[in-house]
Design a protein around this ligand. Structure first.
Ligand code: ADP
Ligand code: MG
Length: 695
């Protein structure tokens, strides 16, 4: 039998391959670029290109592509073959350093948010040597950044790398103060847990809403939903297990550390968690994972749904972004440690994250805002739309003790002096694992739980890295001037706790009372994407990004505009799909079924038989049909009116308030009619088939 060891990473141009195929000088210089971000010499690039090409050809490739992540949120690729004429009517297989390092795709059809006029449509892609090249479908894929000719980032990778650079710089300053002169680079790490649904392709193919929008716009609940909680961690069905086995194999070949798989709460819902990696690699890997999940599902005659809310009435899907900061010497900076100094350093990083989350709640909220995720956040199945943090009772005691100067609750402990005392043991992943918190400390990392399942993790990490970088910069500015480090450190930590403790909430985030409490604390409650997005352009946020070189003002504007446009387009497509299904299928089907009943009523009447059931149903269906028809007309009118609105921010609010609400009202009527209509008369497969159809 094939052993995982034999094929793990076999499609990746990884360190082992580099070591065996590059001369030691070239290898060393490439490693320097990878580890410390030094610029790559063209002669080195040439050697790497040749080695990469030879390796790719040996593995069956004929083409290469610069694989990138435009602002659409998915990945893009344009394939070029290695062939080159040799002058004698034959070809040679060629790949030069300059082709490896830079590509020039026509970028005119990617969203640029006004960054690029179409007359200068070309963009360029630049190799990210810190993320390994890999082979997908016999194509050599080179992870790249995507920029305009003016150098503006047109993608999600470039700002992510810049944000990692920003946090690297500020963290190194802090670490120096703690005597870590051996640390030369710091990287953030991420382990994204990915949720998804699997449905039978046969049923999927019959649902225009799933095909066009990724979610069901209609559908009555079957007799059973998720109330028995028998799916969560339940035995995995053979067909799903076969899919998971195949998926793992494909991911492992690509060097993706797929680790944990299990059934989730909703029927047909599952989760996959990889082992964490450096953030940009984790982001690349997560994009690949989502793509491969969908591909592998098709092979099993399944469809993998990544939408945040494919089904009303059962949980939607999210992504947990487990995040930490690590040094090149192997230290996890969110690990409490064992000595007073290590503890002090940990507490400083901890309060830095607390302050960052408090001051940039709006950005974190924006980073998870999408039309799909609006159905989850605040809907008591996912974290609330209010951003808050959970630290657990043990750590809360420590923070309280520092703040008040009162002894810790643990026995024998006195006043906790930072830099002099040792923290009590903090049990890893302790306590009740508060699942209702959007941002939880879990022992040696933070878990940002509000991300949507279909979105790239880049945006959330760009916000997080940059916000923490900013706080670390402020801390470093202050501490570098200090004459009495331990004392000033203590004061800084204490002061930060006092100023930002409002963001910490260890209670139940689903509780109604939290909404009120959060409001009294002055925390933001940005309930939907249209409400959250305008904060992108708040002065403090523009200053944050520009001062750390993560985004220029033009780049922020572009992202804001693209996010607004995206929301508007999504809701528009959904509304058109709902109308299409109603006009062409639901209304005619209900009418036809009513006619059938009416015929029976007449026939029975002629025989002097009382048609109680048929009459009752006919009445209910006719009332419902008229009601659905009226709401459908209102929806059409409401949708047409959006074209009169000039500003995108007004348009998105309008769609949320006037179009999504009507779609919901229409759905309510149609779903209630589904409940009383014969299954054979209904035009689309039921929720029962979609949710329980895979066996
Ligand atoms: P859960 O109990 O939430 O299902 P686990 O404790 O198994 O999750 O871990 C969740 C994720 O956190 C995994 O992807 C794991 O690799 C990741 N993780 C662990 N340590 C770190 C770290 N230092 N930085 C980032 N992610 C981490
Ligand atoms: Mg988790």
């Amino acid at each position: 039998m094939k052993q995982v060891n034999d094929y793990f990473g076999c499609l990746v141009f990884n360190d082992e391959v580099m070591k065996s195929r590059l001369s030691s000088d070239v290898y060393k210089s490439l490693k320097k670029t990878i580890n410390d971000g030094c610029e790559l010499d063209i002669s080195v690039a040439n050697s790497v290109a040749v080695a990469m090409k030879d390796w790719a050809i040996e593995n069956g490739c004929t083409h290469y592509t610069h694989w990138f992540q435009p602002m659409t949120g998915i990945t893009a690729e344009k394939h070029d073959s290695f062939i080159s004429p040799d002058g004698d009517g034959k070809i040679i297989m060629e790949f030069k350093g300059k082709e490896l390092v830079k590509g020039e795709p026509d970028a005119s059809s990617f969203p640029s948010g006004g960054l690029r006029a179409t007359c200068e449509a070309r963009g360029y892609t630049a190799w990210d040597p810190t993320s390994y090249a890999f082979i997908k479908d016999k194509i050599l894929c080179i992870p790249t950044a995507f920029c305009s000719y003016g150098g503006e980032a047109l993608d999600k990778k470039t700002p992510l790398l810049r944000s990692m650079q920003a946090i690297n710089k500020e963290t190194l300053r802090i670490l120096k103060l703690f005597g870590h002169t051996d640390v030369t680079s710091v990287k953030t790490t991420v382990g994204p847990e990915q949720e998804y649904f699997l449905v039978d392709k046969e049923y999927y193919d019959q649902r225009p809403d799933l095909i066009y929008t990724g979610r069901t716009l209609f559908g009555a609940m079957p007799p059973k939903g998720q109330e028995l909680e028998d799916h969560y961690f339940g035995v995995i069905k053979p067909r799903v297990q076969a899919f998971m086995n195949d998926l793992n194999e494909e991911l492992w070949k690509l060097g993706i550390l797929a680790k944990t798989e299990h059934n989730e709460v909703a029927p047909a819902q599952h989760e996959l968690a990889p082992i964490f990696a450096t953030t940009n690699i984790a982001a690349d890997n997560n994009q690949l994972t989502m793509e491969i999940m969908q591909k592998v599902a098709k092979k099993h005659n399944l469809v993998c749904l990544l939408h945040e809310k494919p089904f009303k009435g059962v949980n939607g899907s999210g992504k947990h972004n487990n995040w930490s900061i690590s040094t090149n010497t192997g230290l996890n900076l969110l690990e409490p440690g064992a000595t007073p100094l290590q503890n002090a350093q940990f507490l400083l990083f901890l309060v830095a994250v607390i302050k960052a989350v408090d001051e940039y709640q709006d950005l974190l909220r924006i980073s998870v805002a999408s039309a799909g995720n609006d159905f989850r956040l605040g809907a008591n199945e996912a974290p609330p739309a209010i951003i808050s943090m959970f630290v657990g009772s043990e750590l809360q005691d420590v923070l309280d003790s520092i703040e008040t100067g009162k002894p810790l609750n643990t026995k024998g402990s006195k006043f906790l002096k930072i830099g002099a005392d040792v923290l009590p043991d903090l049990p890893k992943d302790s306590t009740d694992r508060n699942r209702t918190s959007p941002f939880a400390f879990t022992g040696n990392k933070f878990e940002f739980r509000a991300l949507g399942s279909s979105e790239s993790i880049s945006c959330a990490n760009i916000m997080l890295n940059t916000a923490v970088a900013e706080v670390l910069r402020e801390f470093a500015d202050q501490l570098e001037k200090s004459k009495d480090f331990n004392n000033d450190l203590h004061d800084l930590i204490k002061d930060t706790i006092i100023k930002h403790k409002r963001i910490i909430f260890n209670g139940n985030g689903y509780d109604e009372s939290w909404v009120k409490e959060a409001e009294s604390r002055g925390l933001l409650n940005l309930k939907s994407t249209p409400e959250a997005l305008p904060h992108y352009l708040d002065k403090k946020n523009v200053k944050l990004f520009t001062s750390h070189g993560v985004y220029t003002e033009a780049e922020i504007n572009a992202r804001y505009e693209i996010a607004q446009e995206h929301y508007i387009k999504i809701v528009n497509i959904e509304a058109l799909t709902a109308l299409d299904m109603t006009n062409k299928y639901y209304l005619p089907a209900i009418s036809k079924y009513s006619a059938k009943l009416a015929k029976v009523v007449n026939e029975k009447a002629s025989l002097q038989i009382d048609a109680v059931y048929e009459k009752d149903m006919l009445k209910k269906l006719s009332d419902g049909l008229n009601k659905a028809y009226a709401i459908k007309n209102e929806l059409e009118t409401a949708l047409a009116k959006k074209d009169d609105i000039k500003k995108a921010s007004d348009e998105s609010i309008y769609l949320k308030e006037n179009v999504l609400t009507k779609m919901e009202a229409l759905r309510d009527v149609i779903d209630s009619l589904e409940e009383i209509t014969s299954e054979e008369a209904w035009p689309f497969p039921s929720y029962g088939k979609l949710l329980f159809g895979v066996r």
